[in-house]
Design a protein around this ligand. Structure first.
Ligand SMILES: CC(C)(COP(=O)(O)OP(=O)(O)OC[C@H]1O[C@@H](n2cnc3c(N)ncnc32)[C@H](O)[C@@H]1OP(=O)(O)O)[C@@H](O)C(=O)NCCC(=O)NCCS
Length: 154
């Protein structure tokens, strides 16, 4: 397997600095896809607030102790009209450039899906900018199907 030696594990508080770096790199990567992302320091979420939360699960991919990827998922209440009570959201998926296309993204997503399925979550969502064609290809490869098209007038 291309991702030999890679271990997926739950994040610890000592991983926070790396999670912060991954988040900054992800924002820089996505900036060309979204002109509404602020200049300078900004963040999508606060990883610290996800610790000790029963609704969140954060993982990292480790190569001999070096963190080379990360991702998180959360459970959220479904709208009233839904048949389901809760749905799962997978997000902030990031793999370091030199480690991409080795199946690490899939290992991270599989671990998050398993965590959600153990909580009986049947509806699992993941989002990508429509111009992020590599991420879209990866998600389709992992089994996700296109479902909602968000459009924007600006
Ligand atoms: C998206 C991302 C997490 C995928 O991680 P990964 O470890 O490279 O993914 P995997 O190895 O599991 O799957 C790779 C698959 O994605 C697609 N893909 C990814 N990068 C690609 C590229 N540059 N060209 C073509 N296909 C690509 C292919 O289907 C590929 O499968 P293949 O290698 O067998 O052809 C990683 O590319 C990344 O961190 N990108 C930058 C940040 C980002 O876009 N995050 C997601 C935000 S929605």
């Amino acid at each position: 397997m291309k991702s030999k030696g890679i271990r997926i594990r739950e994040t610890k508080e000592s991983d926070l600095p790396v999670l912060g770096k991954h988040q900054s790199k992800l924002i820089a990567f996505e900036k060309p896809f979204d002109e509404t992302i602020k200049e300078g320091n900004t963040r999508y979420y606060n990883p610290r607030s996800c610790f000790n939360s029963k609704d969140h699960y954060m993982v990292v991919a480790e190569d001999k102790g070096k963190i080379v990827g990360s991702g998180f998922c959360k459970t959220a209440k479904e709208p009233n009209w839904s048949k389901n009570k809760k749905r799962g959201h997978i997000g902030v998926l990031f793999v370091e450039k030199e480690y991409r296309r080795k199946g690490i993204g899939k290992m991270i997503v599989d671990e998050l899906i398993n965590w959600l399925k153990k909580r009986n979550i049947k509806d699992i969502r993941i989002q990508a900018y429509s111009k992020n064609t590599n991420a879209i290809k990866a998600y389709k490869k992992y089994g996700f199907k296109e479902h909602v098209l968000e459009m924007r007038l600006a």
